[in-house]
Design a binder for this molecule. Structure first.
Ligand code: UDP
Ligand code: MG
Length: 203
């Protein structure tokens, strides 16, 4: 069955955020009246993450829980989710609530406006200074080398048309370069600014 949106969420030991994340997603997605599925991919967690995912999936037909036998990394988890996804649009989001569910609608809207990939850009990022600095270097070098002018290449929150995902093989640390790989294949990419302060106000 074809859905409009598949949301893939890689999970490694995120027992404290999964339920809240799920509830925020439902609150955000239900009003959009679109046919969606949420795929949680447990990447070999050793906390209660998968139990929580299973209990959500048991109650909600739009939720699917997958589990990797052992911790295999974010790329492997995303890849397992992509294989099961049946949406025309496929979004990725981290499970730790660093990516806010409330930002999804504007990514969907932007994609509909004629893009193949839309990346979130955390322009008021609330991370330690060192992490922000390393990320700045990563973004500058990646964009110089690849030619893709994005501010936040590695942000976990992105949305793709399914054609993009079916052309990309993910392994190792390649999830960081999803947008770059799509760019090399000639897909049309843009970014939208997101910010935690403003999105909290909108809800
Ligand atoms: N994650 C995963 N496998 C791993 C490490 C992380 O599936 O081996 C998931 C994690 O649960 C989160 C996302 O990937 O949903 C991003 O991980 P993290 O928050 O550690 O990355 P950062 O925010 O530092 O980029
Ligand atoms: Mg994180």
């Amino acid at each position: 069955k074809i859905k409009e949106l598949s949301l893939i969420i890689p999970v490694f030991n995120e027992k404290d955020s999964i339920k809240e994340l799920y509830e925020l997603l439902i609150k955000t997605l239900n009003p959009l009246a679109l046919d969606f599925e949420i795929i949680f991919v447990d990447d070999g967690s050793d906390d209660k993450s998968f139990e929580i995912i299973k209990s959500i999936a048991a109650r909600d037909n739009n939720v699917l829980g997958l589990r990797l036998r052992k911790n295999s990394g974010k790329s492997a988890a995303l890849s397992a989710g992509f294989e099961q996804a049946c949406g025309r649009f496929i979004a990725t989001m981290d499970a730790d609530l660093q990516d806010r569910p409330e930002e999804l609608p504007q990514l969907i809207e932007t994609l509909k406006n004629g893009y193949d990939v839309v990346c979130a850009w955390r322009h008021q990022r609330k991370d330690p200074l060192l992490k922000k600095f390393l990320s700045l270097i990563f973004n500058k070098t990646s964009s110089i080398i690849s030619g893709l002018k994005l501010h936040d290449i590695n942000c976990g929150l992105k949305i793709f048309r399914k054609e993009v995902i079916s052309e990309i093989q993910l392994y190792g640390q390649l999830h960081r370069y999803l947008a770059v790989m799509a760019y090399y294949k000639g897909f049309k990419i843009t970014e939208v600014k997101i910010g935690r302060a403003s999105c909290r106000e909108r809800v």
